[in-house]
Every structure is written in C-alpha cells, then in structure tokens.
Design a protein around this ligand. Structure first.
Ligand code: HEC
Ligand code: HEC
Ligand code: HEC
Ligand code: HEC
Ligand code: HEC
Length: 657
C-alpha cells in the first residue's frame, strides 16, 4: 500500500512542476493559497484545497462527502514559503500512519497510536518556496485524527499559517469543486423536494416559509408578483417560477388571493407600530442598523450598491403586513427554520426602531388591490394543491403534484427540464434563473453517482455556510471582532454551538456595541466544523483530572501581587478588570467553558503569534520560560497549566489578589 502511495507522490510532484533545478522562488509567486489535498477511500477520490494539515474524522463518518466511509488515505501537497532560511521543527499529533517529506527528504515517518505529539529533527527550510508532501493513512477503525504544526527559533508552536502555504491549482481540484458546488446547489435549491431522493445531508431537510396564517403576515399584491417571478424580486432565491405563458399572471394572482385568505388564528402579530413613526425612532433605527452591521448581508438601504449576493430590503412596505415586520425582525426563523437571516435577539424597542427606519427608506407600495372573490380563492387553492408549491411549503391541504424521482433523472437529462438553457414552451418544468456556471455545476452533480447526498461532514458544512451566511463579511472586517482565521480550533464545540444558536446568555465581549447574531438551525454543524476542520473532535475531549495545588499557584499568577496582573485587562467572575481602558480582555471565568486547551496553551505562550494585532502581552520568552522565574522554577508549560487549573474553576474562581 505504501509503495503505491510513494509512486503517486512522485507522479504528483512531477505534475506540479517541482523538478530538480526548478526556480522555487518563482514558483511561489504563482501558487494559490493553501495546500492541495487528495483523499482516497473505497476506490474513489476527492480533491480539494486545505488551509493546513489537519483532519478529524469521527468513527463511522466519511472523510469528505465524495468518498465512502472506511479507511482512507489523505495526501497534502504544495509548498511552504518562508522569508528567511532557517531551521524548523515539525510536530504531529495523529493516529494511523504519517509520512512527511520536505524538499523530497523524509522528515517524519511514524505510526501513531494515541495522538500525542511527536517532533521531527531540525529541518532546514530555504528562503522562498519549499516542497511539502504529507501522506496520511487513517487507522482501520475508530476516529481518525491528524494535526501538523511547526515551530522555529522565532516561530511559535502553531499550525503552519495559511499565508505560508501555496499549491498549483490542478484540473482535479477544479472538477471536484464543480461537483461540490453542484451538490450544494441541488440541496439549496431544494430540487429533491420534487425529484425525491434519500440522503443524510442536513440541508435536505431545509424547509420554506409555512403557509398557515400567511395571510396575516404578507400582502396579497406582493405575493402575486413574487409567485409569478421570484428571481425578479430577489436574486438567488431558491424558489423557482412555476407558471409561464399567458395565464401565469392570473394564476399567480389567484394563488395570492387564496394565500391572503389564510389568516392566523392568533390575531395580528405584535402591537401594530404607529402609522407615522417618530423621526427619533427612525434615527435610532438607522444607528442600530449601522452598529449591528446589517450591511454584512444587505444592500445598504440608502446607498446604491447593487451587490448581487446581498439582499435588498426595499420591498418591506409592500411585502409585510402592518406589524409583521417587527415580528419578523424579532424572530426570523419563526415560520421558516432554514432562513439565512439570523436572529439578533432584538428587544421590542430595537425591532420597532429598525422597522421604522427600514419603512422610511423603502419603496412606496403600488396601492393596487387584487380581486378576492370566492371563485378566485377556490381556483388558487386548487393551483396550490396541484403545482408543486406544497413540495416545499407546508399547509394542511392535499398535495396532488408528482414528478420523476431523482433516481429516474438520467445523467444525459441534466441539460433539459429545469436545467434547460432556454425554457421550452409547454414544459411543466419550473424555471430557475441559473447562471451558466450553476447549470454546469448541477449537471456535473447529475452525472455523478449522487451518493454524496447520503454523506455529510461538519467541515464541509462549515465551508459552504461560511459563504452562504457571510461570516467573513463581519469577521475580519470590523475592529474588535474576532478575526475569522482565529476562530477555527479555538472554541469547545459545546460552547460554540450554544453561542451560535443564541442560547448562551453570557456575551464574551460586553464592551462591543455590536453582537453576534444567532443561526439556530445551522449552529450545531458550524460549531463541530470549526473543530473537526482543525483536527479536533466534534465534542470537547475530557481534560486531565483537576489539580487543586496548581490551581492555587494559578490564582496567584493571575493576580497583581507577585503574579502577571492579568486582571488589569481581564475580569474574573464578578470582579471587574482593574485597568479596562488598556485593552479589554474576556472575563476569565468563561475561559474554561469556551476554550480548547490546545488553543489556550498556544495563546498564553505567545498571543501575537495568533493575532498579530493583539494587545495582550507575552509572558514567556523565546525558549518558553516564564517571566516569573520564582514561580514553578519559571517552567513555561507548568506555569501555563497552573493558570488553566485556576481557570477551570469557572464561576467559582476565587477573587484574584
Ligand atoms: C416544483 C417541482 C420541481 C422542482 C423544485 C425541480 N424540478 Fe426538475 N422537473 C420538474 C418537472 C415537473 C419536470 C418535467 C418532467 C417531465 O418533463 O416530465 C422536471 C424536469 C427536470 C429534468 C429533466 C428530466 C427529463 O427526464 O427530461 C431535470 C434534469 C431536472 N428537472 C432537474 C432539476 C434540478 C437540478 C432541480 C433543482 C435546481 C429541479 N429539477 C427542481 C419539477 C421540479
Ligand atoms: C448573515 C446575513 C444577514 C445579516 C447579518 C442580516 N440579514 Fe436580514 N436577511 C438575510 C437574508 C439572507 C434574508 C432573506 C431571507 C429569506 O427570505 O430567505 C434577509 C431578510 C431580511 C429582511 C426581509 C427582507 C425582505 O424583503 O424579505 C429584513 C427586513 C431584514 N433581513 C433585516 C435585517 C436587519 C435589520 C439586519 C441587521 C439587524 C439584518 N437583516 C441582518 C441575511 C442577513
Ligand atoms: C423548490 C421549493 C419551492 C417551491 C416549489 C415553491 N416555493 Fe415558495 N418559497 C420557497 C422558499 C425557499 C422561500 C423563501 C424565500 C427565500 O428564501 O428566498 C419561498 C417563499 C415564498 C413566499 C414568501 C413567503 C414569506 O413568508 O415570505 C411565498 C408567498 C411563496 N413562496 C409561495 C409559493 C407558491 C404559491 C408556490 C407554488 C406556486 C411556491 N411558493 C413554490 C421555496 C419554494
Ligand atoms: C453581523 C456580523 C456577524 C456575522 C454575520 C457573523 N458574526 Fe460571528 N461574531 C460577531 C461578533 C460581533 C462577535 C463577538 C461577540 C462577543 O464576543 O460578544 C462574534 C463572535 C463569533 C464567535 C465567537 C468567537 C469568540 O472568540 O468568542 C464565533 C465562533 C462566531 N462569531 C462565528 C460566526 C460564524 C460561523 C458566522 C457565520 C455563520 C458568523 N460568526 C457571522 C459578528 C458576526
Ligand atoms: C493588556 C491587557 C491584557 C493583559 C494584561 C492580559 N490579557 Fe489576556 N487578552 C487580552 C485581549 C485584548 C484578549 C483578546 C480578547 C478578544 O478576543 O476580544 C485577551 C485574550 C485572552 C484569552 C482568550 C479569552 C477568550 O475567552 O477568548 C485568555 C485565556 C487570556 N487572554 C488570558 C490572559 C492571562 C492568563 C493573562 C495574564 C497572564 C492575560 N490574559 C493578560 C488582553 C490582556
């Protein structure tokens, strides 16, 4: 098996152009960020970008959705670029088998049983690009895990940063990316709701707004326009146009009349806002809109910035019936769990101000009223029942719509029907407004065996929803927000899941005017992905047993008398920081619940190596020795462990001196 792998590496290296005498510095210039990763299992392979050498695959799960569950191999290839020539150490924690080669020389070749760290001998890295190849074979059963870090004289023990990694884009990566995109689109556009398929991909459960009581929440005239052409009102919406031809407008109006008749039994939502909100309320709403960074996902309501991926709010006055905009803002997922609009846990006042502001800048409604006689409503009901609406939307009415199941859609049919480039008159297929690239991706998926729908990994989920939910539009864009690169491998998945779902009442950074909005439906998988993509288990590992003596030392270390005076910036439980103006730090009583121990150790050892802008001082020298040489003999790792033992007391941490 390993002979086979080695031959493959040689072949890959040749393909990437790393032949003897190749000018390495020049090759670094045209490399793309990250490493190329190839995984193989059960005779299938998948190719993708990797931000580093790390994987965690729980027992019984596939390494990616595109290969079957079972023992797998993973090969990372590319180059490490450093500014100065120097000696580096490579560190690996893994089970299974790892072979690491740098510039074609073996650096590590070991079988790991329990993932404790092993270290390479010193490796000379040249200035510029150095070829790296890491081959990993997962153990035959159980969880599989691997993390490769590096360190050097001036480089702290950390994952190799993305900025140092590069690779040559290969046709295989391009093809795998197309297939991935096709699978994502298939789920996001809810194709399986009509072309039924099994599968365990979480998004296959994605719903659409419930119809029950919709007449109290949405206005008829807007619904008619929406139904006849959803993409015209919101680019990228998953809802297709189901009616075409001369009858389309009349059909949409009949349905709108029927839906408008479905009133909520709970009465009108919320107290209706005053018909003319005060100028003060509008102003407060505008300010809130800014502090909460709604523009991360929305077209600025007053600017003219037509970003195609951002959602417009210009139609709120014609779409929402009075009072229901406030209800929507306070709980976007009330009638539609998979909505991408997050929950900011707005107070009633905040929601009223935001609604007042949005209404003040929205387009004027047309004022048109639609006919709503009994016959029209009956026609609408029968259209809803027979047109496929109920494949996506829920309502207590029989669904008379049927079409071919996914298994019946032949590979060669994936340029017809819903994927036809120009729709065929008289075809019963719904119309999507897909770009050529999206059609190509869907058809690549259609030509695959489609078994990927039945496989799921949290790391893949995170990757696609970090994009669909615009995480990077806030993280990394605004001062004081944790940067996106820092989040992976930082938090215990249990904390992250509570925090992302909005059920964690403690706000880590109470000094920020902004807040992290909640994504309750996505939270669990996002939180797991932030761990597994960085080689950590989807549930926090059990820590060593507590050590009360060390905790006492830690208590002293955190305090100001004879300690590091961490409390000048960090509060501890109910005791506020003593010099908050310096650079506010997160209350240390939260640390144990929040942080992965691995992250804590690396952070305390050298904060600036993780966050170049961090104001938190370094307490350890290059060799890792503590600045307080009289405590624990200045032993760095022991000192860090002592602080951790104190932090793990959480809300019971005694007051620091
Ligand atoms: C509202 C239900 C509905 C949804 C949602 C839907 N389809 Fe269709 N699809 C149909 C109908 C109806 C046809 C026409 C079947 C026929 O011609 O008999 C069709 C036809 C097709 C065909 C051509 C089948 C053939 O044998 O000619 C393909 C391929 C297809 N759809 C793929 C998709 C994809 C991909 C999506 C998601 C982007 C999707 N469909 C979403 C109802 C739907
Ligand atoms: C993470 C991205 C994201 C953020 C941040 C966000 N939204 Fe949204 N919002 C969306 C998406 C996506 C939709 C479309 C939802 C749908 O109908 O599927 C939406 C829809 C809306 C709508 C309904 C618009 C319509 O015409 O249907 C309003 C109103 C709205 N958002 C207000 C806000 C406000 C106010 C904020 C800031 C407090 C905000 N949003 C922040 C993603 C976001
Ligand atoms: C393939 C799935 C699908 C089909 C089929 C479908 N819809 Fe939708 N519909 C959606 C989704 C998803 C949304 C949410 C809009 C968004 O996120 O952009 C939506 C939104 C709506 C809304 C706005 C609801 C709200 O609360 O804001 C109405 C009204 C609506 N659809 C009516 C219909 C009708 C009527 C039909 C049948 C003629 C239909 N839909 C067919 C998926 C579908
Ligand atoms: C509208 C802006 C915004 C968007 C969009 C956003 N975040 Fe956040 N996020 C924040 C803010 C602000 C904080 C800091 C909150 C605090 O500490 O009180 C935060 C904190 C976090 C944290 C905790 C980090 C820590 O060190 O405490 C995680 C994890 C996180 N966000 C993940 C995500 C993910 C995943 C997404 C996309 C699904 C996302 N965020 C989208 C604003 C945003
Ligand atoms: C000059 C101010 C300052 C001092 C002194 C300081 N820190 Fe920090 N610390 C920070 C800042 C700023 C952050 C980053 C906060 C953020 O992510 O928003 C931080 C982050 C942390 C974190 C991560 C917290 C989390 O939950 O995400 C820990 C743990 C931590 N510090 C521990 C310590 C310890 C232990 C000491 C003393 C040995 C210390 N800090 C001293 C400013 C300080």
């Amino acid at each position: 098996m390993f002979v086979g792998l080695c031959r493959l590496i040689v072949a890959t290296a040749g393909l990437l152009g790393f032949t003897a005498g190749f000018p390495l510095a020049a090759s670094a210039a045209d490399a793309s960020p990250g490493l190329a990763l190839t995984v193989r299992s059960g005779g299938l392979s998948d190719h993708r970008l990797a931000e580093g050498i790390a994987l965690f695959v729980p027992a019984g799960q596939p390494v990616t959705p595109f290969v079957p569950v079972g023992p797998f191999t993973a090969i990372w290839t590319g180059e490490i670029t450093v500014d100065l020539r120097g000696d580096y150490l490579f560190h690996a924690a893994f089970n299974g088998r790892l072979k690491l080669r740098i510039n074609d020389a073996p650096v590590l070749d070991a079988e790991g049983l329990s993932p404790s760290w092993i270290e390479s001998p010193k490796v000379r890295l040249n200035k510029g690009a150095n070829v790296i190849v890491a081959e990993y074979s997962a153990p035959p059963q159980g969880d599989s895990e691997i993390r490769v870090y590096w360190s050097a004289k001036d480089v702290a023990f950390n994952p190799i940063p993305l900025a140092a990694l590069g690779h040559r884009p290969s046709p295989e990566i391009g093809q795998s990316a197309l297939l991935r995109r096709g699978r994502d689109l298939f789920a996001e556009l809810r194709c399986h709701r009509c072309h039924s398929s099994g599968g365990s991909m979480p998004e296959l459960a994605a719903d659409a707004p419930a119809f029950s009581g919709i007449g109290s929440r949405r206005q008829a005239e807007w619904m008619a326009r929406w139904i006849s052409n959803p993409a015209a009102l919101q680019t990228g919406t998953p809802m297709p146009a189901l009616f075409h031809g001369p009858e389309a407008v009349a059909q949409s109006e009949a349905i709108a009349a029927y839906l408008a008749s479905l009133k909520s039994t709970a009465g009108p939502p919320q107290a209706p806002i005053p018909s003319t909100p005060s100028a003060d309320s509008v102003e407060k709403g505008r300010a809130l809109y800014e502090t909460l960074h709604c523009v991360a996902c929305h077209v600025s309501p007053e600017g003219s910035d037509p970003a195609p991926s951002k959602v417009s709010q210009k139609a709120v006055r014609s779409k929402f019936s009075p009072g229901s905009l406030v209800a929507f803002l306070r709980k976007p997922s009330e009638h539609y769990a998979w909505i991408r609009m997050p929950d900011f846990r707005l107070s009633l006042d905040e929601a009223n101000h935001l609604a007042a502001y949005l209404e003040s800048v929205a387009d004027q409604p047309s004022g048109k009223t639609l006919p709503s006689d009994e016959a029209l409503i009956l026609k609408g009901r029968s259209l809803v029942s027979g047109s496929g609406c109920l494949n996506c939307h829920s309502l207590d009415v029989p669904n008379a719509f049927r079409t071919k199941a996914l298994a019946e859609l032949k590979p060669e049919a994936w340029s017809r029907g819903c994927l036809a480039e120009s729709p065929v008159d008289g075809s019963p297929a719904p119309r999507y407004s897909l770009s050529a690239a999206d059609r190509a991706a869907l058809s690549a998926f259609g030509r695959s065996d489609r078994s990927s729908l039945d496989r799921h990994t949290a790391a893949d989920f995170l990757e696609r929803h970090a994009v669909s939910l615009n995480c990077r539009e806030c993280h990394g864009k605004f001062e004081g927000f944790p940067s996106w690169d820092l989040l992976g491998g930082k938090l215990k998945p249990e904390w992250a899941a509570r925090f992302l779902s909005g059920s964690e009442p403690r706000k880590p950074r109470p000094w920020l005017e902004s807040r992290m909005p909640a994504f309750p439906t996505h939270a669990r998988w996002l939180a797991q992905g932030l761990a597994t993509a960085h080689g950590l288990p989807p549930a926090a590992a059990v820590d060593d047993p507590p050590d009360a003596d060390l905790a006492k030392v830690g208590h002293k270390l955190v305090g100001a008398s004879g300690g590091f005076a961490c409390i000048s910036c960090h509060g501890v439980a109910d005791f506020g920081a003593t010099q908050v103006f310096e650079a506010p730090g997160i209350n240390l009583a939260l640390s144990f619940d929040r942080l992965q121990p691995d992250f804590f150790r690396r952070w305390l050892r050298n904060p600036v190596s993780l966050d170049p802008n961090s104001k938190m001082p370094a307490y350890f020298d290059e060799e890792g020795r503590s600045a307080l040489s009289d405590v624990l003999g200045g032993d760095g790792p022991k000192t860090i462990r002592a602080v951790w033992e104190y932090l793990r007391l959480g809300s019971r941490m005694p007051k620091p001196e």
